[in-house]
Ligand binder design. Structure first.
Ligand SMILES: Cc1ncc(COP(=O)(O)O)c(C=O)c1O
Length: 420
């Protein structure tokens, strides 16, 4: 049966979106001007495609705590949280001071130093399955290195992944696959045993890369039985389980592997663990990581000019030492759970075709038709809430209960206005 709102979607949605764009545009002349300039020198006017949206993205002038202020003077509560990298909010003096102090003793160093040992020790202590770790500049790079390492270690060729997974700009399995690296990927359905069958019928599967909660894929949590069975089949077949914890490591002190009681052969990290600086890491079992240790017969080398860069190392140490308090982490995840339930109930109380999924501080608003998300996104911007265009929300430590209550209230008001 076609609901009232599906009918409205076909007849009035385009009109409502045009009106929202016009309102947005007229209030942001400086961002519009910069967008024109940007498009001359950067294709599409940006250097990170996910940040673009219609009619043009606002340009940030400053960020403070949980707030972003654009160059036209609009302030937004930052619910996007730099797609989970901004867990600490925008004003951590701990991180700033640590970076400034580190930069004071030189920062373009092409030699080893002590900070990388400190950070590696902290990472190994925090994540139970990581015996040894290496650093990279991004989560993408961490996954590329982990996959290459696992294939070398097993001498096999297949890389198991799941539909809608996102493991980086060149490891994308739901959208924008054109730039993917040419590994022999075997793609199974996420969170189903049939999906596991698809992967494990391959007779040369070297590794499986998986997120316990698909982040960019829409904040969809895997069931415990799926993850447990995946671990079991990896163990049984000598396939390296690579747990991509670039986003999910924020879900508990020991990451999703603690929540799901997993022991992956390898884990990849990134985002907030670098305190907001460029960061990535891959680590795992000592026998796998030994492939990088010539003294143990390892044949692999890892390159990367900025792998141990002073700013990221210092910010990572400060994050792990001073910022990631277990209680604060539990609070942000509880706040996310409460927000997800409240938003979902708000949508359910209307006939609107929107819903919310997620776990802890990572959540995502879904819509049957993308136009509903476009309308919701612009309505939230006008109300002073920056939710990612695709509905993604990642709470930071700076977001308060008052902020989440405001988002729910603004969502309710918007829903009431569209169903009138
Ligand atoms: C699960 C996951 N893995 C890897 C990446 C890639 O990380 P980066 O953007 O630092 O390359 C992302 C980024 O969103 C991610 O969500």
């Amino acid at each position: 049966m076609t609901s009232t709102f599906e009918h409205a979607a076909t007849s009035h949605l385009a009109e409502a979106i045009s009106a929202a764009h016009a309102t947005y545009r007229s209030a942001r002349p400086r961002s519009a001007e910069l967008d024109t300039q940007a498009r001359v020198v950067m294709p599409g006017g940006n250097t990170r495609s996910v940040l673009d949206f219609a009619p043009f993205p606002f340009r940030v002038a400053s960020a403070d705590g949980s707030r972003l202020t654009d160059i036209d003077g609009h302030t937004y509560v930052d619910f996007c949280g730099n797609y989970t990298a901004g867990l600490l909010g925008h004003s951590s003096t701990t991180i700033r001071d640590a970076v400034v102090e580190a930069l004071g003793s030189g920062f373009a160093i092409g030699a080893t130093h002590e900070r990388e040992i400190t950070l590696a020790t902290l990472v190994c202590q925090r994540f139970a399955s990581i015996d040894q770790v290496r650093f990279t500049n991004s989560g993408t790079e961490a996954n590329l290195m982990a996959i290459g390492t696992a294939l070398h270690h097993t001498g096999r060729s297949g890389v198991g992944v799941f539909d809608h997974a996102y493991h980086g700009g060149v490891l994308s399995f739901g959208h924008g696959e054109q730039l993917n690296v040419p590994h022999r990927f075997v793609v199974g359905q996420f969170n189903t045993f049939e999906g596991l069958d698809t992967l494990f019928t391959d007779d040369d599967l070297g590794c499986v890369v998986v997120e316990a909660v698909q982040g960019s894929g829409g904040c969809r949590p895997a069931s415990e039985s799926f993850m447990t069975e995946l671990q079991r089949r990896c163990d049984e077949t000598g396939t390296v389980l690579i747990l991509d914890e670039v986003m999910t490591s924020r879900l508990s002190p020991g990451g999703a592997q603690q929540l799901y009681d997993l022991s992956p052969g390898m884990t990849t990290l990134g985002k907030y663990l670098g305190g907001g600086m460029s960061f990535g890491a891959f680590g795992g079992r000592a026998d796998i990581m030994a492939n990088f240790d010539a003294a143990q017969g390892g044949e692999l080398t890892q390159a990367g000019t900025f792998n141990n860069n002073v700013a990221s190392m210092a910010a990572g140490i400060a994050t792990l030492t001073h910022e990631l308090d277990d209680k604060v982490l539990a609070e942000v995840n509880d706040r996310g759970d409460a927000l997800r339930v409240a938003l979902d109930q708000t949508f359910a109380a209307t006939d609107l075709p929107l819903s919310v999924t997620g776990r802890g501080s990572m959540l995502c608003v879904h819509a049957e038709h993308d136009q509903w998300l476009e309308l919701y996104f612009h309505a939230m911007l006008e109300a002073g809430n920056y939710v990612a265009r695709r509905g993604f929300i990642a709470l930071s430590f700076s977001i308060t209960d008052a902020d989440t209550t405001k988002l729910v209230d603004d969502t309710r008001s918007w829903a009431a206005s569209v169903i009138q």
